[in-house]
Design a protein around this ligand. Structure first.
Ligand SMILES: [Ca+2]
Length: 463
């Protein structure tokens, strides 16, 4: 016991001395990138040398989750450290905020940017917001959520189709810029509409690099939320074996390489924590324009692993040991606690925070504080994971008209042995089901009804 206390004290003191200064923090979020879409996660023909290098120099997670199966709730969870059911940022029918929505992330929520700004960070968001259409309701602008600087689109790049867009234009590989009219903003000013999406990844990257250089003398936070590989696909690169989808992902990889090289060139690499992940799984209904979840089942929209388990790569040279592959359980809500802890900010105690600090895993190569994870689809609890076991109370294919199917007892999969969720072992483990049921019941007791933010639209409001 005494030994354990001394060890904990030693770890605490070591962490304190390592992080005496506030590190810079960069979160890079891909949109709809699948678990199997990167070289370091096994893709055979998409080349991602920069992300592979990032993983080789840092830590690669095998069991990292987006907290939702689609954009809006996942992003709300990442920035607030809370299940989206707590902020009303999820919906069973609409699933994400629409172009016409008049709801958004409540001002009462505390975002990573807001917390870090209060602790002296320069804060920047580049890319897709999708937490409230500020073209409809200006108060939902990222600059009102703790960001000092913003460059990006209000929502997904398929949400402003023009009359010229043919049927099923999103899945087409012969994209025409005239089909889309996405508005591009710099701070509160609309600078381009339609946004030239072919150069978007490059311009996002330029903006992030500019912000790094301008703020290298003080701690900074960048939330870099790429528009791609969400459809429609556009890229300035055209030589991937995987075609257009590969070009898009390889350009994201190029972008990550540019960011990391800028940090090295400016001698910021030893004092910057970078995390790369995706907001949800691949959009499988889009054929060759959608990505791959590798050997995981289903994709975007589903609570099977392919919908929510994502690439997760952490990089912090000198602090995170190189070349580590961790099987510890973690999710994008944990970035909230981890970023605040790194910045020396207090975790809010006036509300439920569902994230946990990933520092023991990242910097001590130790056990994750996260023991369980709840899978929501919209507002409904579909499943829960405890250790390697995952129970499905409800299953439903990601998209389409198939109705949800309830399971009592739940389906139970051992994800270590069966990552593709093929072999139900519920019969063999009633004690595990009892434990997961208990976790779910405890969680449900903490969920309070809140106003749903995805329900109302401009049109409905006018009626
Ligand atoms: Ca998405």
């Amino acid at each position: 016991m005494k030994k354990q206390i001394l060890l904990m004290l030693f770890i605490a003191l070591s962490l304190q001395s390592i992080f005496s200064a506030q590190p810079n923090i960069i979160i890079i979020l891909a949109d709809d990138l699948g678990y199997g879409d990167l070289g370091c996660y096994g893709h055979p023909s998409i080349k991602t040398p920069n992300l592979d290098r990032m993983a080789a120099e840092g830590m690669r997670f095998t069991d990292f989750y987006a907290t939702a199966e689609v954009c809006t709730p996942s992003r709300a969870a990442l920035l607030t450290g809370r299940y989206p059911i707590r902020s009303g940022m999820c919906h069973d029918k609409y699933r994400v905020l629409r172009r016409t929505s008049i709801g958004g992330l409540s001002k009462d929520e505390i975002t990573i940017a807001k917390a870090l700004k209060q602790h002296g960070y320069a804060t920047c968001m580049v890319g897709k917001w999708h937490l409230g259409n500020y073209e409809n309701v200006p108060e939902y602008h990222p600059l009102n959520y703790g960001f000092d600087y913003y460059f990006g689109l209000p929502h997904s790049n398929d949400m402003n189709p023009t009359k010229k867009a043919p049927k099923a234009a999103t899945r087409r590989l012969d994209q025409d810029p005239q089909w889309w009219a996405a508005p591009l903003y710099r701070n509160r000013e609309k600078i381009e509409c339609p946004a030239n999406q072919s150069t978007l990844t490059r311009r996002y990257t330029d903006e992030a690099i500019k912000f790094i250089k301008q703020n290298k003398g003080k701690p900074f936070f960048i939330y870099f939320a790429h528009t791609f590989p969400h459809v429609p696909l556009f890229s300035s690169k055209k030589d991937s074996l995987r075609g257009l989808y590969g070009d898009v992902v390889e350009e994201l990889d190029w972008s990550v390489g540019q960011i990391l090289q800028t940090l090295r060139d400016n001698k910021l690499d030893k004092n910057t924590f970078v995390f790369f992940t995706s907001d949800n799984g691949p959009w499988l209904t889009h054929g060759l324009a959608g990505g791959s979840a590798g050997l995981l089942k289903d994709g975007k929209g589903s609570t099977y692993e392919g919908g929510m388990r994502e690439p997760g790569i952490a990089w912090f040279p000198g602090k995170i040991k190189p070349g580590i592959v961790t099987h510890e359980l973690a999710c994008n809500m944990d970035l909230f606690n981890t970023c605040l802890t790194l910045a020396g900010a207090k975790i809010p105690d006036d509300r439920i925070i569902d994230g946990v600090d990933m520092s023991p895993t990242l910097f001590g190569n130790g056990k994750s504080k996260r023991e369980s994870f709840i899978y929501y689809r919209g507002t409904k609890l579909y499943g829960a994971r405890f250790g390697q076991y995952k129970a499905h109370y409800i299953t439903q294919p990601s998209y389409g008209t198939n109705a949800p199917v309830s399971h009592n007892p739940p389906l139970l999969y051992e994800l270590g042995q069966d990552p593709s969720e093929n072999f139900d072992v519920a019969d063999k483990h009633p004690e595990i089901i009892a434990k997961i049921n208990e976790i779910v019941e405890q969680h449900k007791k903490t969920v309070q009804p809140v106003k749903n933010q995805l329900e109302e639209t401009i049109q409905e409001n006018k009626q």
